[in-house]
Write a protein that binds this ligand. Structure first.
Ligand code: 5AD
Ligand code: SF4
Length: 476
């Protein structure tokens, strides 16, 4: 991919090793892939061992306070490495440092941190690093919140967890930022205004990935349903139209997307998914709370009745759709009765799974100005109560797959060692399966190399809480 940032700077760091640790969501992982791409162009190699690194970089998250506390702890612990190797560059970037008060605290507390840069200046990394290497302490959290960087090199493999196979799944950002200002959320302040990439740029990137052998593309955005990219003719392209265009790229691959916002998920998107062959049947649809009053103070833009309507429509159109959600407990002013409404919603919808969070006050947001009325003991008790309800109502959700044959993208060997392979179905469900108990005829053709990274059919014979179990039925 073309890049001229480095040519202009004329410096190379051959033989140097970088260690990158990413906190938080997929948008951050995606940024780290761009950071890795730029570092690779400068000549850096990569290590998973901090001890041997010449550059240690933490890409941070600000969504909840505990993520920030962890970063402070982790950065503090680096003093020992800095003492051993005074040339070590320690850098911190990402959402957390986009907040001025945090950057000030970080800068004052840890004099050995020599580079701090925010979410809007990723593309300036080579020049910032050059300045740092000349012995300066560099901070840049400038606010270019409308910027869309199209020509940054991306190095995807570095961010993969150890042991995960390469070139199977890739993330593609379709938009950046968020304009929703949910009252509890820091994201709009640290990631800037919502802006969509051009459909041609997205389609080209996906086309290249498919040609390169990737089999699952995840479209990333804080609210993919409000995608509005400029087409060549100047018209705005909606998310539904973008999905259709991606669907028409030839080859067997799967397209996932996250995150969908209930207020913007329209029936036409669900119809496109239902009529497609390549688009995932997994909808992550964060509801956040079960009470209309709380949803309104959260500024979510929908009622529970509207949410249930879209759930019902999705379930009526998309066979075995997998619905997952996010919930916050203990929002300022939430009463016990309102919390019980959330439990009631979980019982009604029976999500496949839910990510549950205790409300965390984020300075600068609307909710931070509200009275935090729920005590931390109450929050913890409600949280545990919610997990019990989830376990009860969603624990057997995967039973619906037993007896069916699912198309599975095999991602690697079994996660627990009990089964040979692991992959995901079109619904995003983890599928653990064996191939070797198949008929003799198949045994000749089956080996790891031919299955991992391929789509295969798996007959499901058992459901666990976190996965379904099956046997390979056909080798393509
Ligand atoms: N406190 C707790 N959870 C939060 N989330 C976002 N902001 C906060 C906060 N201040 C949760 C929401 C969101 C998910 C990514 O993180 O549920 O959907
Ligand atoms: Fe935060 Fe709401 Fe935007 Fe999601 S939609 S990133 S919760 S402001």
């Amino acid at each position: 991919m073309q890049n001229n940032h480095n040519n202009e700077l004329e410096f190379q760091l051959t033989g140097k090793l970088a260690f990158i640790r990413t906190f938080g969501c997929r948008a951050n992982v995606s940024d780290s892939e761009k950071i890795s791409g730029m570092l690779a162009e400068l000549g850096y190699g990569f290590t998973r061992n901090m001890e041997e690194a010449d550059l240690i970089l933490f890409n941070t998250c600000a969504v909840r306070e505990n993520a920030e506390t962890r970063v402070f702890g982790n950065v503090g612990a680096l003093i020992h490495l800095k003492r051993k190797n005074p040339d070590l560059i320690i850098a911190v970037c990402g959402c957390m440092v986009q907040q001025e008060h945090i950057t000030k605290k970080l800068y004052d507390t840890y004099p050995f941190v020599s580079l701090i840069f925010g979410t809007h200046v990723l593309h300036k990394l080579p020049e910032l690093l050059k300045e740092t290497l000349s012995g300066k302490r560099v901070i840049n959290i400038d606010n270019y919140e409308h910027i869309i960087t199209e020509d940054l090199p991306i190095k995807r493999e570095v961010e993969k967890p150890e042991g995960e196979e390469g070139k199977i799944k890739a993330d593609v950002s379709i938009m950046y930022g968020c304009d929703n200002y949910c009252s509890y959320c820091i994201v709009p302040y640290v990631r800037g205004r919502e802006r969509s990439r051009k459909p041609t740029a997205i389609l080209n990137e996906i086309q290249m990935l498919i040609m390169d052998g990737y089999k699952e593309i995840t479209l990333l955005g804080q609210n993919v349903n409000s995608y509005a990219g400029d087409s060549e003719s100047g018209d705005k392209i909606t998310f539904a139209e973008l999905l259709k265009q991606i669907e028409s790229i030839s080859g067997e691959f799967r397209v996932s997307y996250m995150t969908s916002h209930p207020k913007d998920l329209t029936k036409d998107v669900i119809d496109v998914i239902a009529n497609s062959e390549k688009i995932s049947y997994h909808l992550h649809l964060p509801v956040q709370a079960g009470s209309n009053r709380v949803l309104e103070v959260m500024n979510r833009g929908y009622t529970i009745e509207q949410y249930l309507q879209i759930v019902e429509y999705a379930r009526s159109k998309i066979l075995d759709v997998s619905l997952t959600t996010d919930i916050i407990v203990g929002f300022p002013g939430e009463t016990r009765e309102e919390f019980l409404e959330t439990l009631n919603l979980l019982e009604r919808v029976k999500f496949d799974s839910a990510f549950t969070f205790i409300y965390s006050k984020r300075e600068g947001t609307k909710a931070a100005e509200m009275d935090d009325t729920v005590s931390s003991e109450e929050k913890s008790a409600w949280f545990t109560e919610m997990l019990d309800v989830l376990d009860k109502v969603s624990g057997d959700a995967y039973e619906r797959f037993v007896g069916k044959t699912l198309r599975v993208l095999c991602e690697g060997v079994g996660r627990t060692g009990e089964y040979e392979f692991s992959g995901r179905s079109r619904e995003g469900v983890i599928v653990e399966f064996n191939a070797s108990s198949n008929s003799e005829a198949h045994l000749d053709t089956i080996n790891h190399a031919t299955i991992i990274g391929e789509f295969v059919d798996v007959k499901i014979n058992k459901a666990l809480k976190w996965a379904v179990i099956g046997e390979l039925s056909i080798v393509d």
